[in-house]
Write a protein that binds this ligand. Sequence first.
Ligand code: FES
Ligand code: FES
Length: 170
Amino acid sequence: MLNLTHYSDDERFQTVRFTVNGTSLRLAIPPTMLLIDLIRDVLNLQGTKPGCYEGECGACTVLVDGKAINSCLFLAVNIDGCSLTTIEGISTVEKPLDDVQELMIKHGAVQCGFCSPGMAMSIKAFHAECDANPLLGRDRESIMKAIEGNLCRCTGYVKIIDAAEELLSV
Ligand code: FES
Ligand code: FES
């Protein structure tokens, strides 16, 4: 278990324990730090993109205990005890691209790519939800609802929905 500790003399720092992409961490962080800043600036995982910082664009979407959340609206101290997955955590050495990423490429759903990590994480969360609950709709309308918090200024969404539809069909 990797156990990184960023202790500070500042008593206002809070210690959090969590896993990120399967690795256990213990860190002392300021109580006002946002999760996106912890991810990008402390953990140096820069695949998660900073967009609006207001919960509007979805570029910063990550999974906390499997649920898609906007990391710009989430206080980092609340990650204590949770499992955090960022875009870096969905690939492995053996499989450098997750199925959702392969399908997004196949369908031409990536143009500038700024929205793509957040979009992929929202689609992954929806896929897992559908697997856990076979009664959930997997139609295009349900996919649109699942990614409604993720803005894409390039693709017009059709190709992204095509990719998600194929992912959900297997
Ligand atoms: Fe988080 Fe836009 S940066 S929703
Ligand atoms: Fe450019 Fe979505 S591909 S914002």
